[in-house]
Design a protein. Structure first.
Length: 277
C-alpha cells in the first residue's frame, strides 16, 4: 500500500473517529461548566469553571449531595454478579453442547440461539409477574438472575471455542480417568482466558448500562443503580444539565477502565470464535 492510498484510507477513519468521540469530549467539557454556561450562545469552547476555584464543584455535588458513589457501588454489585454468573453458566453450557451427546441437543441449542433475536421488551411482562410471584421485587435478584440464565452469545462462543480444541484432550483425559467436570475445569477452562475475559466484559457492560429492569424492580433509593441515579437530574420540564453530564462522565469511567485494560482479550476472543482445526 503506497503513501497516497494510506492517506485516502486514514483520512475517513480519522474523521469518523472525531465524530464518534466528540459527544464524549463535549460531555467531559461541560462537566466543568456551570448550569448557565452549558448551552450558552455563542457556544464557548473553554468551560467557565476550568482552572478556576470551584472547578470540580459539579463532581463534589454529584458525589456528595446526590450520593453517586453509593449508586456506583450498587451497579458494580449488579453488573459484576451478572457477568460472573454468565461466565459460569455459559462455559458449562458451551462445554456440554460441544462434547456431550444427549437427546434434543441440537433443538435445545437452536432454541437458545433464537432467543438472541427476541427483544427483552417482549418477555419483560411475564418476567415481572414471575419475579412478583417469587417475592423478588425491590431486590437485586431480578437484575442478576435473568442475565445469568440467559447467555445465548456466551454459550455459542464457548461451544465454538471448545470444539476448536483437539478432541485428543478428551481422549487423554478419559484414559487418565478424568470425569467430564474435571476435564472442563482442568483442561478446557485454562485455555479460554481470552473468551472468559471477553464474555465478562460484554456482560458487565450490558448490565451496567441497563435501565429497564432497575426501573421496574427497584423502589428503594439506596438500592438504585447508576442508570437510575442519572434520571434524578431530570424533571418533566427542566434538567440540571451540568450535573447530568458530570454523572454521565462518572458512570462511563469504570467501563473505560475495564475495557481499555482488557480490550486485547475481546479482539483475541472474537477472532478465535468459530475457528476450528
Amino acid at each position: 500500500m503506497n503513501k497516497r492510498i494510506k492517506i485516502l484510507v486514514y483520512i475517513p477513519l480519522v474523521l469518523v473517529s472525531i465524530v464518534m468521540i466528540f459527544p464524549f469530549l463535549w460531555m467531559v467539557m461541560n462537566s466543568f461548566n456551570s448550569s448557565a454556561n452549558v448551552f450558552s450562545i455563542p457556544p464557548k469552547i473553554v468551560p467557565d469553571l476550568f482552572l478556576k476555584p470551584g472547578m470540580f464543584s459539579n463532581y463534589v455535588s454529584v458525589l456528595g449531595e446526590f450520593n453517586f458513589g453509593r449508586y456506583t457501588l450498587n451497579s458494580f454489585i449488579v453488573a459484576g454478579g451478572s457477568a460472573l454468573g454468565q461466565v459460569v453458566t455459559c462455559t458449562l453450557a458451551g462445554f456440554a453442547f460441544a462434547f456431550m451427546d444427549f437427546k434434543g441437543k441440537n433443538i435445545i441449542f437452536a432454541t437458545i440461539l433464537v432467543t438472541i433475536m427476541v427483544p427483552v421488551q417482549v418477555t419483560i411482562i411475564p418476567e415481572f409477574l414471575l419475579m412478583m410471584k417469587l417475592n423478588w421485587l425491590d431486590t437485586y435478584a431480578p437484575l442478576i438472575v435473568p442475565s445469568v440464565l440467559i447467555g445465548s452469545f456466551g454459550t455459542f462462543m464457548f461451544k465454538e471455542f471448545f470444539e476448536s480444541i483437539p478432541k485428543t484432550m478428551i481422549d487423554a483425559g478419559s484414559i487418565d480417568g478424568a470425569g467430564s467436570f474435571r476435564m472442563y475445569f482442568n483442561l478446557y477452562l485454562p485455555q479460554s482466558h481470552a473468551q472468559l475475559a471477553t464474555l465478562f466484559i460484554i456482560a458487565f457492560m450490558n448490565n451496567w448500562n441497563d435501565l429497564l429492569r432497575p426501573i421496574l424492580y427497584i423502589n428503594t433509593e439506596k438500592l438504585q443503580t447508576v442508570t437510575m441515579a442519572l434520571t434524578q437530574f431530570q424533571s418533566q420540564y427542566t434538567a440540571k444539565w451540568n450535573l447530568l453530564l458530570t454523572g454521565g462522565v462518572l458512570s462511563i469511567i469504570p467501563l473505560l477502565i475495564i475495557y481499555i485494560s482488557l480490550q486485547r482479550f475481546i479482539i483475541q476472543g472474537i477472532a478465535s470464535t468459530g475457528t476450528k482445526g
